[in-house]
Design a protein around this ligand. Sequence first.
Ligand code: SF4
Ligand code: SF4
Length: 459
Amino acid sequence: MGRKRDYVYHSYTRTMCPECMELIDGKIVYDDSGAYILRRCPVHGESLELLEEDANWHIHKGDYDKPGTASTCQTKVDKGCPYDCGLCPSHDQHTCIGLMEITRRCDMSCPTCFAEAGKGRDLDIETIGRMMDFYMESEDGKAEILQISGGEPTMHPEILKVIAMAKGKGFKYVMLNTNGLRLADDEEFAKALGTFKGGFEVYLQFDGLDDGIYRKMRGRPMLDVKKRAIANLGRYGVPTTLVCTVDKGINDSGIGQLLLYGMEEKYVRGVNFQPVAYFGRYSGERNRMTLSGVLKRIEEQTGGLLKMSDFMPLPCDVERVALTYLFKENGSFIPITRGKDMSQYRNLIGNTFVFTLEDTIKTLKDEDATFGLSDCCDLLVDIKRHIPKGFIFKSRENKMKFVDENTFRISVSSFVDAWNFDMKSIQKDCVHVITPDLRRMPFSAFNMVHRGRYDGYYL
Ligand code: SF4
Ligand code: SF4
């Protein structure tokens, strides 16, 4: 590919030179082996980077696109994207998930760490409260999802207060990102998390079922820790999503096994896969794993249970997120998306789609409930088919139990770094880091170019 022009020129993009990080023109091109970004820097020459392993996925994901949601701006357009975060007026999506790093401290020092965490200090609770208020106000009082992150947020001495504060400020869904070390050994902590019933989840770093993977990606064996953390969380009914960083050649052959394991665990509500990005502490060999690469492996490794076509690009950010949602039928999980043209529902599907759905099922009072969406689509008829007779008479607790035991979500989120930089991907990014100086920065842009500016708050 490249000089011979044995590719199809799909579209123009603004990209950057991965060497000098100057913004330059680029082409998105494809052939049978995938979709790529091709560019020529006047100083550093031509470079080519894999964008998607499956060119078809790249070509057709736009079928799910819809207008972005307007939001407030904190900065002006000046140096050009991604140097003006943010949000600046060029950004095309509001904050679907606000991520807050409440500490840079961590009890691990993973070779694969986007946040370069380790030694550092915590933000004080007043600063964290101001950041939450800022996030809520910048979304006109309607911010819904807050992810508490780090470093390792469970090391913050006031972590339970931080979660309670987030709930008190009206965030509907609060997630706690963790490596699981504290949860494995501190049952009382898991018990305390169990009191945040409804709208609270643990996002547990979980890269596979083999200690060889953890040695390479996390610098130590961790499987036993992860399993003990899951057992403690299960003991107190804390919904948990497994978050797997996927690195080609290290753990991509264990994706199917990981999914099947997650489906067996009662309080594991789903798995989120994140292809490794080349920023932060990552210093391994560059061997690009992509979103569609993960989907291909899911299909290949789950023995017919899941197909690539069961996944849809998330309409909020078709470039970088894919998901499917499964219901249990006759003891086996079936994706509700199977065989449906989900693109026709794109205007009904927001980033909280899955949560809205689950919330409505948990509070279902009336056979004619509309699931907070619209009653006129086959999708909802299909979902209702999975709800057992007499369900509406069950207690809220039993409804929650039904959702926990009978549904499962799988998502893939990929990130933008200096090698695969594509302007649309970064400007549609809807996961934003909320910074201590009250800005919102798309997750990839923050990690690529802005993180260092905040060292003074954390180090
Ligand atoms: S990533 Fe978004 S907020 Fe940041 S400079 Fe680009 S358009 Fe502006
Ligand atoms: S990846 Fe997570 S657990 Fe590992 S060093 Fe970074 S913050 Fe800590």
